[in-house]
Write a protein that binds this ligand. Structure first.
Ligand SMILES: Nc1ncnc2c1ncn2[C@@H]1O[C@H](COP(=O)(O)OP(=O)(O)OP(=O)(O)O)[C@@H](O)[C@H]1O
Length: 935
């Protein structure tokens, strides 16, 4: 559905800024069971068209105008209700908008006072007699108007009851019940307070608007008299009288004028922190909705108020605002949330039952109720238009689109002084606001359902019953307010039937004086139709007028500016979104800041850590470099030392340049000690460490041993010659360093020495073996598996075994020697015995032996030889035994050797390589020694 926002008001608009087009819906959601014939002239915007567009339908239901006789009868009773009311307090001075504003109620009072004829004031002054207030309950008005004065222009002046009026400074009158308290104003002097109290009076504005009829009659003649200039409506019929209000809008007044006079200042006050309530009251079809909502071409109170709200926000930079809106309806005494009900497709969504609760700070409120935060006039109007679509409407006898419910739009205004940097003191002073917390105020815009007497359908009757009941309760409350005010007041309102209807309960705050109130009563005077209808309509119209008068005189408004909520604590504070948002923003800012700080700290820490790591890495690299350099130096030094050692080794046979003896020379000297060569060789064989020593060491050892070996064969003189020769090799350049050639020579000499030494070792080994073999006995057994020349452990073990064998053999030989000695001794004894018998020659044994051949003792010599031969024979027999047992083998030339198997077992060498043991004739008394065959 297309919506239109209010167009800019050329002359009455509070702001020059362009406004959005009206968003008021052009059509309402009709009851499904109810046909909702639309007026042919209804605009496409959805709003109901003004009655001027469909005069026929409207006028047909309006009761006929009373006859002239009735008017004459009515005129016999004078309705005197002089109402001169100070309306809302003046807006802040210096506001440029005031120049363009229409005359405010207050200014209007001045203007009216200025243009009011003197008799009016006189009439007011003379209206002191008690005047019963017309009752909505009895609906009779009871003709209690005590005086009436026909003005020069024919209008009727209605005087108010004395208790309900007071003289104003301007000579006009306002109701004594209306008070206005402003905390800012209260701080002034007594005179200022009096002035302020005077200015503040008029917190309740009551206006009457007359709907035009088909004839566009302004009702300035006939039974009714409407004087907009004097805010007067007079009825000249039965129970007639003059009714003065704060505003009387004629058929020629448009919505803008209506708004400017009855709601504009109130809206401004709401923006400044006061609660405000505007509601339209009247018979069905009299123009309540038209006045509140208006049309696209003539926006009503609601869109114009919205326009002013945002204009005020724009013009008040010293404060910041937050707007929320809710929209509910009371239908058949049930509250419905129009914003929750309205869905995209227009279907009503199921919703939780809404109840009314009371709070010390918020007063009476409906909950749970959806509140939407709005940020622009367009948005706000669209929200309201959405609620309008959900509102119940139906066609009735008097209205093709009759509102079947009371609709309440609530705009909650939160405002707070901006931070000093954002505003200036002048703005605060201008607005009369003191910097502080958040201020919350509510503007309630209420379009009541119309009262009706007759209903065609049951459903309409049921609806009408609820509507009438609630309106009746409203009238009752207002009537009781007047009564209790007369009795001294019922501040708590405990005796007032607010709870008798949802409407009065919801309006409790406004009716009990906690807010500024503006009541717009609508009426249709020129109703056509049957006499009964017309009479009925007249009665209803009079009831509306009486209700308006009673409301004006009964409602005691002591509206105060809403307290500023500081912080989000408490029930009131918790509802202040602005404060909550501010705190949330502050919290988020702090979080952001702390995160930023944290991030900064982390970054700094990371940088520091990075720097530390880099420094550490650099230090480590530096240490590594130093270590590498040290290692390199050490390696170089070792290399140098090694080379030096090599160099020294090369001159080991001599002395260095300093003339000291080199190491090898010393070794050579040591090896000069007799027998040292052998021991050093043995050491070199038996010490694996020495064998696995470095080449230089080996070379040294070899040289030492070779020198030792050589020295064994050389005389000391020859050794001295070698030393001299080495001394000659001291550096080709005479610097004590040997040349490479000399080194090479020395090494080759070392090698040759080693080779010689090895060959000598082999020879000695073979010699030992032969010696062992030559002394082999029958028990001789070689367990050694083999000799691995060159392997120390094998050689050592072999030598051990050989030593044991040798020891064994020696023991055996000793036995033989002892046997031989015994034999020789026996032979000698025998010889001695023979010599005793023959003279003995003093010659030596050799001589004896020779004499055996040449002396006369030759016979005896032959016997001794025979004895020796016998011994030899014995030995021969022993050898033969061994040969026969296979232990030894006899050679070709009579030599004997170990059996081949044994030899192989013991030596692992071919028998041919073993030097044969040559059997030689051994002189008696000498042990036959093996002859070194290889040498
Ligand atoms: N001042 C006016 N000028 C022109 N047309 C008007 C005026 N007042 C009312 N009308 C027309 O009269 C008809 C009924 O008006 P409206 O619906 O506003 O009455 P109502 O009081 O709201 O009725 P209800 O109580 O049944 O809802 C509408 O078509 C509307 O356009």
């Amino acid at each position: 559905m297309a919506t239109a926002l209010p167009r800019p008001r050329p002359s009455m608009g509070p702001s020059d800024t362009s406004l959005p087009t009206l968003s008021v819906p052009k059509s309402r959601k009709s009851m499904a069971s109810i046909p909702s014939p639309k007026s042919p002239a209804a605009p496409r915007s959805g709003l109901r068209a003004p009655s001027t567009a469909s005069p026929a339908s409207s006028n047909s239901s309006i009761p006929p105008i009373p006859k002239a006789g009735q008017l004459a009868a009515a005129s016999s009773k004078t309705v005197r209700k002089a109402v001169s009311i100070n309306s809302f307090p003046k807006p802040p001075k210096g506001d440029g908008r005031n120049s363009s504003m229409p005359s405010s109620p207050l200014a209007g009072d001045r203007a009216r006072a200025a243009r009011k004829p003197k008799p009016v004031r006189d009439s007011v002054a003379s209206s002191n007699s008690p005047t019963p207030t017309p009752s909505l309950l009895n609906g009779s008005a009871e003709g209690k108007f005590i005086s009436s004065t026909r003005m020069s222009d024919g209008h009727i002046s209605v005087s108010s009851p004395p208790q309900s009026r007071s003289s104003s400074a301007q000579g006009s009158y306002s109701t004594s019940a209306t008070t206005y308290e402003d905390s800012a104003d209260a701080s002034g002097s007594a005179s200022e307070k009096r002035s302020s109290a005077t200015e503040a009076k008029g917190n309740v504005i009551v206006s009457v608007r007359v709907r035009p009829d088909s004839s566009n009659n302004d009702h300035t003649d006939g039974e009714w008299m409407v004087d907009g200039r004097r805010s007067l409506i007079g009825y000249r019929g039965k129970e007639g009288g003059d009714y003065y209000y704060d505003n009387v809008f004629t058929t020629h007044d448009n919505n803008a004028r209506v708004y400017d006079h009855m709601a504009k200042r109130l809206v401004r006050r709401v923006m400044e922190g006061y609660h405000g309530t505007v509601f339209a009251y009247g018979q069905t079809g009299t123009g309540k909705t038209f006045s509140m909502q208006g049309t696209a071409s003539s926006p009503g109170v609601i869109p114009l108020a919205i326009t002013d709200i945002f204009s005020y926000i724009r013009e008040t930079p010293s404060r910041e605002f937050l707007l929320r809106v809710s929209y509910l309806e009371i239908y058949n005494e049930k509250i419905h949330d129009l914003l929750s009900m309205a869905s995209a497709n227009g279907a009503a969504a199921p919703q939780e039952e809404i109840k009314l609760r009371e709070d010390s700070k918020r007063g009476v409120y409906a909950t749970p109720l959806k509140e939407e935060i709005v940020q622009s006039p367009t948005q706000l109007l669209r929200v309201i238009a959405r609620g309008d679509q959900a509102r119940r409407t139906a066609s009735t006898q008097f209205n093709s689109r009759s509102s079947r419910s009371h609709a309440v739009v609530q705009i909650i205004v939160e405002s707070r002084e901006r931070m000093p940097a954002g505003g200036n003191a002048g703005d605060s002073k201008r607005s009369g606001m003191v910097p502080g917390g958040v201020r919350v105020s509510t503007l309630s815009l209420i379009d009541l359902a119309g009262s009706e007497k007759a209903a065609e359908s049951k459903e309409r009757r049921q609806e009408g019953a609820h509507i009438n009941k609630s309106l009746l309760t409203l009238g009752t409350v207002i009537a009781k307010l007047s009564e209790w005010k007369d009795k001294g007041g019922d501040k708590d309102g405990k005796h007032l039937p607010y709870r008798d209807s949802k409407l009065t309960r919801l309006l409790q705050g406004a009716l009990s004086g906690n807010s500024l109130v503006s009541i717009l009563c609508t009426a249709a005077l020129g109703v056509t139709g049957t006499a009964a209808t017309s009479a009925n309509h007249t009665i209803e119209t009079l009831n509306t007028l009486k209700f308006a008068s009673r409301a004006k005189n009964s409602i005691v408004s002591h509206a105060k500016r809403a307290e500023e909520a500081l912080g989000a604590g408490g029930d009131g504070g918790a509802r202040v979104l602005l404060e909550r948002y501010r705190m949330e923003i502050q919290e988020l800012k702090q979080q952001l800041e702390s995160q930023a700080n944290k991030k900064n700290d982390e970054e700094i820490k990371e940088l520091v850590e990075e720097d530390r790591v880099q420094t550490q890495q650099m230090a480590e690299r530096h240490e590594e470099q130093i270590l590498e350099m040290q290692l390199a130096r050490t390696a170089l030094k070792e290399r140098i030392d090694h080379l030096n050692r090599l160099i020294l080794s090369s001159k080991s046979a001599g002395v260095n340049s300093n003339g000291t003896m080199s190491a090898l020379a010393r070794y050579s000297q040591i090896s000069l000690v007799p027998g040292s060569a052998r021991s050093s060789v043995a050491m070199s064989i038996r010490s694996p460490l020495e064998r696995t020593a470095s080449v230089a060491s080996n070379s040294t050892i070899g040289r030492r041993s070779s020198y030792g070996a050589n020295m064994n064969r050389m005389s000391g003189e020859a050794a001295a010659e070698i030393v001299d020769a080495d001394e000659d090799s001291i550096g080709e350049n005479g610097d004590g360093l040997a040349s490479l050639t000399a080194q090479n020579r020395a090494l080759q000499a070392d090698l040759a020495d080693k080779n010689r030494y090895i060959s000598t070792l082999e020879k000695r080994l073979l010699q030992a073996r032969r010696a062992s073999s030559s002394r082999t006995s029958s028990g001789f057994s070689v367990t050694t598996k083999g000799i691995m020349v060159g392997e120390d452990h094998s050689v050592a073990a072999l030598l051990k075994e050989k030593d044991a064998e040798i020891a064994d053999l020696r023991a055996r030989l000793d036995d033989k020697d002892r046997m031989l000695a015994a034999l020789r001794s026996a032979a000698r004894s025998r010889d001695n015995a023979d010599a005793m018998t023959e003279p003995r020659s003093p010659q030596s044994q050799d001589g004896i032996r020779n004499s055996l051949h040449w002396s006369p003792l030759r016979k005896e010599s032959k016997r001794r030889t025979k004895s020796i031969d016998e011994m030899n024979n014995m030995l021969e027999e022993m050898i033969q035994d061994r040969v026969e047992t296979g232990q030894i083998v006899r050679g070709v030339r009579g030599s004997v050797r170990l059996a081949p198997i044994r030899r192989l077992e013991s030596l692992g060498e071919p028998p041919s390589e073993l030097p044969p043991l040559r059997r030689v004739a051994t002189p008696v008394g000498e042990r036959s020694a093996p002859v070194e065959a290889a040498s």
